[in-house]
Design a protein around this ligand. Sequence first.
Ligand code: GLC
Length: 530
Amino acid sequence: MSRQVSDEAPDWWRDAVLYHVYVRSFADSDGDGVGDLPGLTGRLDHLSWLGVNAIWLSPTSVSPDADFGYDVSDYRRVQPSLGGDVALDALIATAHERGIRVLLDLVPNHTSVEHSWFVEARAGRGAPRRDWYVWADGRGAAPPNNWLSDFRERGLPRSAWTFDPPSGQWYLSSFLPEQVDLNWRNPAVRDEFFDILASWFARGADGVRVDVAHKLVVDDRLRDNPSLHPDDDPVSRQRGQRQLMNAERPELHDILRSWRRLADSLDPPRLLLGETYVGAVERLAPFYGAGDELQLALNIPFLRTPLTAAAMRTTVDATLAALPPRAWPLWCGSSHDDGHLASRWCGGDQALARCALLLLLTLRGTPLLYYGDEIGMTDVEVPANRRRDRGGRRDPARTPMQWSAQPGGGFTRPGVTPWLPLGDCTRNSVAGQRADPHSTLCLCHDLLAARADRDELRRGEMTWLASPEGVLAWRRGTAHAIAVNLTDGLVEVSGISGRVVVATDGGRAGESLPGRTLLAPRSGLLADLG
Ligand code: GLC
């Protein structure tokens, strides 16, 4: 690993701004309409300029792409259509030269049906790798229990079990039938993944994002899940039942601890960021363990909080209160499963998107941007005949990065049809926003620069300041304050005297604040106090 990244503090991730690249949608270097690793390498200039410290790549292992990389058929090789092994090594080396760390997406809960392990397991009840997966007899003609897949079929709930006619048994498939759940009670599976993880770290990965970390290990007796209660959290309601028997099982923590021991044993230590798709912040805490499991856990309740001052303050406070003392929060408002924050939180309003980004980038914790967030990119409507996602309605969240107004949007060559339709690049693109110092892009750049320059913006305590209804104001450490007006009216905020560092409505940087300041509708600022 190059010096540029290894010289930093071991817990670099507390100071970092992370950036999630959905590789298929970032940059297409070979003109097949699908983004790839050389394309991403070619765009590292943008990420360096923006100031991100680490990128997390959507899955890069070999996959038949039933769920676009989340169905792996070989964990040890890189998907040829993304550029193969050579391209991943080149990306890691180039990113490291620029001081950008690289996190890979590990998908341990399930493999593709095409993985050689499953091909072997499927050969019959006595097959050598049979117990690498979760098999069970049905209840008569019905599946073994009532567990539901996280993916619906034509909008309707589907069993998490798939029938395998030759053996007369059912296999667990918590997502698509082509994604087969591994049996994490089997020590051979644990050993294999420990080795895969070690090999990824040896090749230069600075960490991993652990897909569906909350679902590893299911009940050993395969008991039914209880039905919903009226006061259940939104994630459970979406799943259609309480996932007590096939998610958040206490046994999974043992696995996370073993990976953390491996991550901590290396120099520099590696990062484990988990997809912990749970419905309440209190249930995130266990994933941090006693500082010996995940370093960062995805906060879905925050992502799902509406962008109002009262709701955001409640979720932020609940998160900070719920996490164990040394645990560090992770904040994001967008994902490839849920959509871009400019749409989800802001209904496409750019002024609000700038407020959301100011909030995300100045809370106490590590922010995670999704590609396109930096230009306030919105989800794009995808006509029925161009939909690709079988797991839900997630295509609009995954349309190509809008680089420029050129044909192909700077994503692919002119004349090539991208795998998902491009949004309107004449109205919103990286190139267009680079030219405007008051753009969302330049705001993000300036906020990242402000974070890099000010220790307290990264590590300082967070203290709420009194503010009018609909406004959030807080201090970071002793020397910085942030105020965000999420209302449609002009408001006056008191108690902030100093100088504006960055403001969402351009032109205010450098302004001195006398202790009372007016904030235009849907606007905010970061100030140095004093
Ligand atoms: C995670 C991923 C999602 C994928 C699913 C199954 O939730 O974020 O995109 O479809 O796991 O692997």
